[in-house]
Design a protein around this ligand. Structure first.
Ligand SMILES: Nc1ncnc2c1ncn2[C@@H]1O[C@H](COP(=O)(O)OP(=O)(O)OP(=O)(O)O)[C@@H](O)[C@H]1O
Length: 321
């Protein structure tokens, strides 16, 4: 649904986006994670040509936006909604009027506009706030209004520019769950950028990690978490290094939906006669399953080497640390 092909964008000597290709299938949520300055905003803005790439192509729903005339591009942009960190609502307009704004621009007639606004208010759970002004709303409610406004022209695609970064953790979860529900109910395709890892693990099917304009890692979120040594996995699990006093070896064992229920420690004891202790562990539940990682301390013996080899052969991720 969203296809970026070898997209690059420079600002003078700064290569903000460097040869990025991305394909987000219909109904998927793709998250781009990266530090400040990594190029996330620039990348997101190329997806609706708010920033025109210096090279590469951008297609949405099979239409190559980079090949369109200015007037065709305006029409196509109706298929792409966008939400922002600071909501960008008009303070002197009511909630209903803010949501109706894109419909006015598209010259939707009054009764259809009213009906659509009522529908959108219900969709985002703000029916009772139709006549309120943005200043009378919480941050989470304002973002709901902004989401409703973005959805007013029935877009196929939603771009989210740090939509939860200005919100507290509880409200962040509410808004993320709303986005996931809207994806399910409306079959929306969502491309979001964030610097918050929890946003990726909570709602994204797939993710890209950006650094200095480049995508340095990408794939299914569960797959990346399961991969020993992945950037996403290391950031998500953040296992504390054990104070290794030199007479044992440490290893990180990653287990996925297929191995999560197995008695791994009991197996190590029975099969290899090993005393293994867990020095740290964490679990993430993502859209397609549970992924966990634990850091084990094992005696420095040939049996331990055999045990690690056995785990690697039996669908566990193994990384000596
Ligand atoms: N309009 C612009 N003019 C000049 N340089 C820009 C412009 N926009 C972005 N840049 C530069 O491009 C690089 C990438 O910026 P970008 O805003 O895309 O990163 P980001 O990952 O979204 O960061 P943040 O999370 O801080 O918004 C940075 O070095 C930035 O200074």
């Amino acid at each position: 649904m969203i296809t970026l092909h070898h997209v690059s964008k420079n600002y003078g000597a700064v290569r903000a986006v460097d040869d990025v290709s991305l394909d987000v299938p219909k109904g998927h949520i793709h998250g781009v994670l990266g530090r400040s300055g990594a190029g996330k905003s620039t990348l997101l803005r190329t997806a609706n040509l708010l920033e025109r790439p210096d090279s590469g192509t951008v297609a949405v729903g099979g239409t190559e936006l980079t090949a369109l005339s200015a007037s065709r591009l305006r029409t196509e942009r109706a298929r792409i909604g966008m939400v922002f960190q600071h909501f960008q609502l008009l303070d002197n307009r009511t909630v209903a009027a803010n949501i109706a704004l894109p419909l006015r621009l598209h010259k939707t007639e009054r009764s259809a506009r009213r009906a659509r606004v009522a529908e959108l208010l219900e969709l985002v759970g703000l029916t009772d706030k139709a006549d309120a002004y943005p200043a009378q709303l919480s941050g989470g409610q304002r973002q709901r209004v902004a989401i409703a406004r973005a959805l007013a022209p029935r877009p196929d695609v939603l771009l989210s520019d740090e939509a939860t970064s200005a919100l507290d953790p509880h409200t962040t979860v509410d808004i993320l769950d709303l986005l996931a529900r809207l994806r399910d109910e409306l079959d929306l395709t969502i491309l979001l950028i964030t610097h918050e890892l929890d946003v990726i693990t909570r709602i994204c099917d797939t993710a890209s990690i950006m650094d200095e304009g480049r995508v340095v890692e990408h794939g299914a979120v569960a797959g990346l978490l399961a991969e020993p040594g992945s950037i996403l996995g290391d950031q998500a699990f953040r296992l504390a290094p054990s104070a290794n006093d030199g007479d044992g070896i440490d290893a990180e064992i990653t287990f996925t939906a297929s191995t999560v229920g197995e008695p791994v420690l009991a197996t190590l004891v029975r099969r290899f006669d090993l005393d293994a202790s867990i020095t740290d562990a964490a679990v993430h539940t993502v859209s397609d399953g549970t992924v966990g990682r634990m850091r084990l301390r094992l005696p420095d013996t040939p049996a331990a080497e055999k045990a690690l080899a056995w785990l690697a052969e039996n669908r566990y991720g193994v990384r000596p640390v």
